[in-house]
Every structure is written in structure tokens, then in C-alpha cells.
Design a binder for this molecule. Structure first.
Ligand code: 6PG
Length: 254
């Protein structure tokens, strides 16, 4: 089922740089809400790269208590971490390797024999951080970052895939991607992604406007099924991506 519009807040900002800065501010505010161990789930694709690079620079870098923040991935391509297609490889190069203690970086183990085996191993790792059921408070994550693909997928949860209906597993192997790059994937499932204090979608560029128009008009696309179970779900768009019926002068809630 898609997320009811009432559970979703949409914010429109000017462009890619404001998108990254607004996301960095939210990330730092979210960390400040939790004085203990903080868990952040990063997304892949190209949109978040600017945010990640920002986090490695001042004034952002000094505001992150790196020793108590742990970093995870919503999904990854089933390739080695040094492959240009690797999502964790991008995040490492953009900020993690320079800023985060290596023991706080929790990559999906794509060196496993198969995507299914990688999924089982990552699920075990996540369970070592959250020993209760996924709907048990406090949630597994403080913040989950997300994106939307041109077909409406999010993480590596593609339209019509069996993984969309997965309610037991926290992580699944995905044999076929619906869009490029056509490599197998490993993805967290909706119930796992939903166990978060905040889910923050980052959407930038006019090539996203068509799919966003479809999504926000209520079409049942994977990205519209993703939401924080009890926390906030925020869609952060830049003006180029924002559907025409969203008035960016009301840059607050919709
Ligand atoms: C991936 C992703 C995917 C991505 C969207 C948006 O591995 O490709 O995690 O879900 O977030 O496709 O990607 P862009 O930011 O590149 O448009």
C-alpha cells in the first residue's frame, strides 16, 4: 500500500546545492536528538554524492560526533567495493574513508558467493544492532536516506518484484535490476527501512519530474510504499524535480 499523503511532508528547495545543505542540516539535527549510538542508512545512486561530499567539509564535519555514528546502506549493487558501480564505494570516497572510523562503516558484504548469501549476512549484522522486532521502539535506524529511480523504484525494490511483498526478511538478494546498471543487487526490505526515526528522500533534476508527478498523484510505485513506521517521512525535492502542481514558494509542508 502507498504511504498516505498525510504521513508525508514534501519540501522544495532551489537546486542541488540547497538540497545537499538542507539534507546535511537535517542529518545533523537528527544526530543531535540521540545522545547515544546513532545509526544512519545511506542511499546509493548519484543524487546523494553532493551531500556526502559536504559532510566531509566544514562547517558540517565538525558537527558530527564520528565515533558514535554508524553508517549502513539501503542497498548495493553486487559488485566489489572498489568497482565504480558500488554504492558504498561512492560513499567511502565521498566522505566515509576520510571521516568515519572504519569499524563504524557497515557495508553490504558483496564479497559473498551470492546476493542471497550477502543478504543473509547483512541481516545478521543488522540484528546485532537491533535485537528486538523491527516495530519495536527505539527503531533500528535514526535516519534512512532514500532516492527514487526513473521507474519508481527505491533502494533496490523494483516495480512488481516479489521483494515488495517481503514481510519477514530484513534484507533480500535481487537477481535482476529493472534499470541500469543491470547487475544483481542486495536491498533492505520495506519493514527494515521503515524502522527509523526519519526517512528522507532526496530527489534532484528535471529527469525526475515525470516519475515524481506520477508518484505524488498516488500511483502505487515502490517509492510510495516506503515510509518511516512511526517517524517522519520527508521528500526533499529541488525545483527542477518538483512536479508543476507543487508550488515551490510554499517551500514548507504539503
Ligand atoms: C541504486 C540506488 C537507487 C537510487 C535511485 C536514484 O543503487 O541505484 O540505491 O535506489 O537511489 O535509483 O538514483 P539517482 O540518484 O542516481 O537518480
Amino acid at each position: 500500500m502507498s504511504t498516505p499523503a498525510s504521513q508525508r511532508r514534501t519540501t522544495v528547495v532551489a537546486g542541488g546545492q540547497s538540497l545537499a545543505e538542507t539534507a546535511a542540516t537535517r542529518l545533523i539535527e537528527r544526530i543531535a536528538k540521540n545522545p547515544q549510538q546513532v545509526r544512519i542508512c545511506l542511499t546509493g545512486g548519484s543524487t546523494p554524492r553532493r551531500l556526502y561530499e559536504l559532510l566531509a567539509t566544514e562547517p558540517w564535519r565538525a558537527q558530527i560526533p564520528w565515533s558514535r555514528v554508524h553508517w549502513f546502506m539501503t542497498d548495493d549493487r553486487f559488485v566489489p567495493q572498489d568497482d565504480p558501480l558500488s554504492n558504498i564505494g561512492m560513499a567511502r570516497a565521498a566522505f566515509l574513508d576520510a571521516c568515519a572510523p572504519s569499524e563504524n562503516v557497515h557495508a553490504i558484504p558483496t564479497s559473498a558467493a551470492t546476493p542471497d548469501e550477502a543478504a543473509e549476512r547483512y541481516e545478521r549484522e543488522l540484528k546485532s544492532f537491533h535485537t528486538a522486532a523491527l516495530d519495536h521502539e527505539p527503531p533500528l535506524f535514526d535516519l534512512v536516506l532514500m532516492g527514487i529511480g526513473p521507474d519508481g523504484h527505491t533502494a533496490s525494490l523494483f516495480p512488481h518484484a516479489a521483494a515488495l511483498e517481503e514481510h519477514q526478511r530484513w534484507v533480500v538478494g535481487v537477481a535482476h535490476a529493472n534499470v541500469a546498471p543491470f547487475v544483481p543487487r542486495v536491498s533492505l526490505t520495506f519493514p527494515c527501512l521503515a524502522s527509523t526515526g526519519e526517512m528522507l528522500f532526496l530527489v534532484s533534476g528535471d529527469e525526475k519530474r515525470d516519475i515524481l508527478t506520477r508518484a505524488l498523484s498516488g500511483e502505487d510505485l515502490p517509492a510510495m510504499r516506503a515510509h518511516a513506521m512511526r517517524g517522519e517521512t520527508v521528500w526533499l525535492l529541488d525545483q527542477a524535480a518538483a512536479p508543476r502542481n507543487i508550488d515551490s514558494s510554499h517551500a514548507g509542508s504539503h
